[in-house]
Write a protein that binds this ligand. Structure first.
Ligand code: PAF
Length: 285
């Protein structure tokens, strides 16, 4: 496995592969790999000749009071895990090369970036779309694989590709969960044992919502009010949002249908966690 740090070095590697008719799948990450990331890497292999993983903790997508400085970083461990999971290249650029002095260009997907996570994290999605666009330009992939735990991120990135007529196929990978249902996240390591146990409210809420829908309930406000009571019963958990939305445009739905997704964000102590699930059996993303 190659480790590349230079932007032009990465582009040159990709151009050589494309010129010889080979395809590239990209898995963008911020590192601190867990089984969720590793499944994306293995999944990516099915769609292209080469798999490139980018490892870059993107300062643009963190707010001033967020965890950029303490975001977990362990390059050697991540590189070893990527190699063991069949990755061909880890691209780990230097922040100073990605955003040199004088940098001032940002990409914003207007509407989709505003609600849900965007409401409490102003500028976050603009940071994501800017770095993803840059990584797409540098790596030039045919396919990019994203986890669907970050459901809004996926919708925002898809919109950007469509709006910019960008011919990269986006693959959504299902949420990868621990045995007890907790969605895997690099931020889970911030949780104390008690907080981790409180965090199970998210997967329980999804399960409960599916049960209600399975019993024939379709009115979103009734379902949401039950879920909010269920989650708020644990005083360690602060709800940021619990919404039933249409999976394509993320608009709130009054009545659950085949395209409904339950999106949740909570704070437990200093940790912000998100999760989601379709309410009627279906494919992810
Ligand atoms: O999902 C993430 O880890 C990040 O938001 C991404 C897509 C790698 C951009 O920094």
């Amino acid at each position: 496995m190659k480790i590349l740090r230079g932007l032009s070095e990465m582009s040159a590697w990709s151009c050589e592969r494309s010129a010889s008719g080979k395809t590239i799948a990209l898995v963008p990450t911020m590192g601190c790999f867990h089984e969720g990331h590793l499944s994306l890497m293995r999944h990516a292999r099915r769609f292209a000749d080469y798999v490139v993983v980018t490892l870059f903790v993107n300062p643009l997508q963190f707010g001033p009071r967020e965890d950029f400085a303490r975001y977990p970083r362990d390059f050697d461990r991540d590189a070893a895990l990527a190699a063991a999971n069949g990755v061909d290249v880890v691209f780990a650029p230097d922040p100073a090369d990605m955003y040199p002095p004088g940098y001032q260009t940002h990409i914003t997907v207007d509407q989709l970036s505003q609600g849900l996570c965007g409401r409490n994290r102003p500028g976050h999605f603009s940071g994501v779309t800017t770095v993803v666009a840059k990584l797409f330009h540098i790596v030039r992939p045919n396919v990019a694989v994203f986890g669907s735990k970050d459901f809004q991120q996926l919708a925002v990135i898809r919109r950007m590709l469509e709006d910019l007529n960008w011919d990269i196929k986006i693959i959504a990978h299902p949420v990868v969960r621990e045995a007890d249902g907790l969605a895997m996240s690099s931020r889970n390591i911030y949780l104390s044992a008690a907080e981790r146990s409180s965090a199970l409210c998210l997967s329980r809420a999804i399960k409960h919502a599916r049960q209600l829908v399975g019993q024939g309930l379709r009115e979103a406000t009734t379902i949401l009010s039950e879920l909010r009571d269920l989650i708020a019963a644990d005083q360690a958990v602060q709800i940021e949002y619990v919404n039933v939305v249409d999976r394509f445009n993320l608009s709130d739905q009054a009545v659950v249908d085949q395209d409904s997704v339950l999106l949740l964000a909570v704070r437990i102590g200093h940790t912000r966690l998100i999760d989601n699930g379709r309410l009627i059996e279906g494919e992810v993303g």
